[in-house]
Ligand binder design. Structure first.
Ligand code: CMC
Length: 395
């Protein structure tokens, strides 16, 4: 039988992102995550993931504007959101929110039949006006742009539902990072915050066949629609072994409270067989390359806002985990203190992960449906060889 958890099993081909876990390498369409984090923007990253190449200047402008135009939610979606229970889990609200966006989508019923679908995706590299196929002319492309645009304002709206606050309108022509922070806080972000957040979005955008992406591909392979596949992915991301870990990391830091207690806290937790959130990875045998950037960002941001304890505590926990378990931090560890020092509530950390990863999920949904075969593995039977129904009085 395959290893538990399908470890090391190749489940399909992809040309979107790849990981070399031994060397700590992650690439998007062959480009190192370090180059992307240092030089790119989230919108450019999404373009790269969706269309397979970096955009030219006019194409990037065009794409940015298209996303920005789609940030405004329909009035009826806003009204439905306001009727949701404020005390609900934010990822449950997000899952429901994406479902509502699907109901309101003007092309909700667009059929996903294999042949026209393949035809459309043959042109994945040609987005600009006039290009045939997948460009704006394809319903799935329009839906993807609408969904990512709306997600920019849906995620902050979730927090506002939870706090009973009014929704904030996005600004036309601004980036996903800018409008997200504006709609979350009610204030236009400073350029520095926009840049840091943009980098966080780049770092979380895609990660090969991780659990939520694989879930999205399984749903997409039945030729289900984009919103349904994304709702399935959100369900998978919610769990603490996946995206839910970043919120749990901040809960841990708040529980530890001060750097002097960090190492003893880790030792005690490990003795009680607790898993330390934000550590370990199925693929990486060395440093997660995303953590390298987030560690630096956490250090400078915690210092800048006068809360160096969160970074110091994180470093000490990292040291303890290395000394006691030889396990390194993953993407969720330093993103927690980074977001916290940006003034973001811990409960929003996983929905933010979803906002970024939507770009990767969508790219994988496109890729799956462009060359589709139903994903249907087999289970190894470990039940009884033969059993019989028995009348009630004999049981
Ligand atoms: N704390 C303590 N021990 C750990 C941890 C951890 N965070 N991670 C792995 N281990 C130990 C685990 O107890 C096991 O030890 P033993 O063989 O003695 O029983 C060994 O390392 C292998 O762990 P595993 O759980 O079998 O490994 P996996 O590949 O199935 O799981 C993982 C990977 C990420 C789910 C796991 O490392 C984990 O639960 N980490 C904490 C949750 C977390 O941070 N998740 C975010 C993952 S990265 C980004 C994302 O996907 O969102």
């Amino acid at each position: 039988m395959a290893g538990a958890g399908l470890e090391d099993i190749v489940a399909g081909e992809t040309s979107i992102s790849t990981i070399d876990g031994k060397r700590g390498v992650l690439t998007y369409r062959g480009i190192s995550i370090h180059e992307m984090a240092d030089h790119s923007s989230f919108e450019e990253t999404v373009f790269l993931l969706w269309y397979g190449r970096l955009p030219k200047a006019a194409e990037l402008d065009d794409f940015r504007n298209a996303l920005s135009r789609e940030t405004v939610m329909e009035d009826r979606v806003a009204a439905w959101l306001k009727s949701l229970p404020a005390e609900a889990n934010p990822m449950s609200l997000l899952r429901t929110g994406v479902s509502l966006l699907g109901l309101a989508d003007p092309e909700e019923g667009a059929s996903v039949t294999p042949e026209p679908w393949k035809e459309g995706f043959r042109y994945m590299g040609q987005l600009t006006s006039g290009a045939p196929g997948f460009g704006r002319d394809h319903p799935q492309s329009r839906k993807a742009i609408r969904l990512l645009g709306r997600m920019t304002t849906l995620v902050p709206a979730i927090q506002r539902v939870m706090k009973g606050q009014p929704f904030v309108e996005p600004k036309a022509g601004r980036s996903v990072a800018f409008n997200f922070l504006r709609c979350l806080t009610g204030k236009d972000p400073e350029e520095g915050s926009e840049k840091i957040f943009d980098k966080c979005l780049i770092l979380h955008a895609d990660h090969e066949f991780n659990a939520s992406t694989f879930t999205a591909r399984v749903a997409a392979a039945t030729l289900s629609d984009l919103h349904s596949s994304v709702v399935a992915a959100i369900g998978a991301l919610k769990g603490p072994l996946h995206g839910g870990a970043n919120t749990e990391v901040m809960r841990m830091l708040l529980e530890v409270k001060e750097p002097s207690k960090a190492k003893a806290w880790v030792k005690d937790a490990l003795e009680r067989k607790r898993k330390i959130m934000g550590f370990g990875h199925r693929m990486y045998k060395t440093e997660d390359p995303r953590a390298t950037h987030l560690r630096r960002m956490s250090e400078s941001l915690c210092a800048k806002v006068g809360q160096p304890q969160w970074y110091e505590m994180s470093r000490l926990i990292e040291e303890a985990m290395w000394e006691l378990k030889a396990i390194k931090p993953n993407v969720d560890f330093y993103s927690a203190s980074t977001y916290y020092c940006m003034g973001i509530d811990p409960e929003m950390f996983t929905p933010i992960f979803a906002l970024s990863r939507l770009s990767g999920w969508t790219a994988h949904i496109f890729e799956q449906q462009a060359n589709n075969r139903l994903i249907r593995p087999v289970g190894e039977w470990v039940g009884p060889q033969e059993a019989h129904w028995e009348p009630m009085e004999k049981r």
